[in-house]
Design a protein around this ligand. Structure first.
Ligand code: PGA
Length: 276
């Protein structure tokens, strides 16, 4: 029971927790189906505050229900540059603390762009990242947050729809949003390595998550305004298999009648499944 905005299923959950449970359940379903089919599920993973609930639920599913990650392959969407993987600010640290240390995904199946490659090695590192994704057959399920400037991963306003994994300069708004964690914007790295828009749009299934009133106006722009590189999340409108999961606050500025309907967890639509 959801409506489609173009190709996008927009689903409004009661709260962030039920949203997180739904994403974790979809992920678990994919992992189990892949195991049955003898395939390796490939997940694209974000960082930030939004996916924390999803990671908590996945850890719980492993701990309590024995969800097996031994066959899972993961690619994170971005990392600051420069950034030591051991730094408390790194997305490496975030992923190990919030997910990887608590599940049985083999370390060799985990890919995160490295913020500690020398500048002259970045291009090669980015090319290798793309090749690694291609080698495992592409990303099956890409989970995304959205920045207040509409970025997905660190595809900042102005990013090209065909862009691939690359070094980017962070937008002032992106640096401002994470400034408290760095004790001030001046300490936030000015660059990052990010999967490109083209990389993300190649994923077979995508779910974009947004929670909170501070995301409401950018969610409306991404879903209801024409596709524009100024709001890179709007590129998702052209993807054939995207769902947007919102809490009521993040959905509060949607104006187009019928774009989204509040539904209960039991009604979550099965996304159109391709792949495993
Ligand atoms: P957040 O970040 O989940 O911390 O709000 C989202 C993003 O910038 O992609």
């Amino acid at each position: 029971m959801s409506e489609e905005a173009g190709n996008i299923d927009v689903v409004v959950f009661e709260d962030g927790e039920s949203l997180a449970r739904a994403v974790a359940e979809r992920t678990a379903t994919l992992i189990r189906a892949s195991a049955k089919a003898g395939k390796r599920p490939v997940l694209g993973l974000p960082t930030g505050s939004t996916p924390l609930g999803v990671y908590r639920e996945l850890c719980r599913a492993h701990r309590e229900a024995g969800l097996d990650f031994s066959n899972v392959v993961t690619f994170n969407v971005d990392e600051y540059y420069p950034m030591d993987p051991g730094s408390p600010h790194s997305f490496h640290r975030y992923m190990w603390e919030n997910l990887f240390s608590h599940i049985n995904v083999p370390p060799e199946n985990i890919q995160i762009p490295r913020g500690d490659v020398p500048k002259e090695g970045i291009e090669e590192h980015c090319r290798a990242y793309e090749e690694a994704i291609a080698r495992v057959g592409g990303i099956d399920f890409q989970i995304l947050g959205i920045g207040r400037n509409g970025h997905i991963a660190f595809n900042e306003p102005g990013s090209n729809r065909e862009s691939r994994t690359r070094l980017v300069t962070l937008h002032a708004a992106s640096r401002q949003d994470v400034a408290p964690g760095f004790s001030g914007q001046e300490n936030v790295p000015t660059e990052a390595i990010t999967m490109g828009m083209g990389t993300i749009l190649d994923a077979r299934e995508i779910v974009l998550l947004a929670v909170g009133e501070h995301k409401a106006s950018i969610v409306r722009r991404a879903l209801e305004e024409p596709v524009s590189p100024e709001v890179t999340a709007s590129f998702l409108q052209v993807h054939p298999n995207v769902a947007v999961y919102l809490d009521p606050a993040a959905a509060s500025r949607l104006t187009r009648p019928g774009v989204a309907r509040a539904i209960g967890e039991a009604d979550v639509p099965q996304q159109r499944e391709r792949g495993p």
